[in-house]
Design a protein around this ligand. Structure first.
Ligand code: MN
Length: 202
């Protein structure tokens, strides 16, 4: 068994003007494809062959650099494409909105916390909204392709929303202006999908 690069759930140009077409083409077709191929190379022929990403990341030997970087890279980007939509933006509703309010005080306070996590992650990494068993949500960030499901990585829980802050995610359009990219991301967040992730993992 091998992991497959998922198709984007929308066209490359669907997230314009917030995320540009060329970035989406390279990000999905080159970067995510590269993580996928290297993950498969790291897994095939080992005892991990046939296991799910959740099992692999949850029990990861953090000293296994190939698996840590490419397993994280594979999983993180699969989530990233799904939590964006050309029909995105706005705010969450229902139990997810309540959980965000419980954790952060308000949607605006959540947006501040998530944006700060994204903007202050030094170098490459990700900002996350995670859910713990029981339904509590938490904002954090991780370096490189680390993921909150990996052993001992920051907030823990299951990531339900992720923002890629590697330069490859925004540099063509935003250059050094990561804060503008972070702000633009809020126009494409697919809150219906995040709510689905919340309900499935709470
Ligand atoms: Mn990326």
């Amino acid at each position: 068994m091998s992991f497959e690069l998922p198709s984007l759930p929308y066209a490359h140009d669907a997230l314009e003007p917030h995320i540009d077409t060329r970035t989406m083409e390279i990000h999905h077709g080159k970067h995510h494809a590269g993580y996928t191929n290297k993950l498969n190379a790291a897994v095939q022929g080992t005892e991990l062959d046939g296991k799910s990403m959740e099992e692999i990341l949850g029990n990861l030997d953090m000293s296994n650099g190939a698996l840590r970087n490419n397993g994280g890279g594979y999983y993180n980007h699969c989530l990233f494409w799904e939590v964006m939509s050309p029909n995105g933006g706005g705010r969450p509703s229902g139990e997810l909105a309540q959980a965000i309010n419980d954790a952060c005080g308000s949607f605006d306070a959540f947006k501040d916390a998530f944006s700060t996590a994204a903007k202050t992650q030094f170098g490459s990494g990700w900002a996350w909204l995670c859910v713990h068993k029981g339904g509590k949500v938490e904002v954090c960030s991780t370096p490189n392709q680390d993921n909150p499901m990996m052993p001992g990585v920051t907030c823990g829980g299951t990531p339900i929303l992720g923002l890629d802050v590697w330069e490859h995610a925004y540099y063509l359009k935003y250059q050094n202006r990561r804060p503008d990219y972070v702000e633009a991301f809020f126009n494409v967040i697919n809150w219906d999908k995040v709510a689905e992730n919340y309900a499935k993992n709470k």
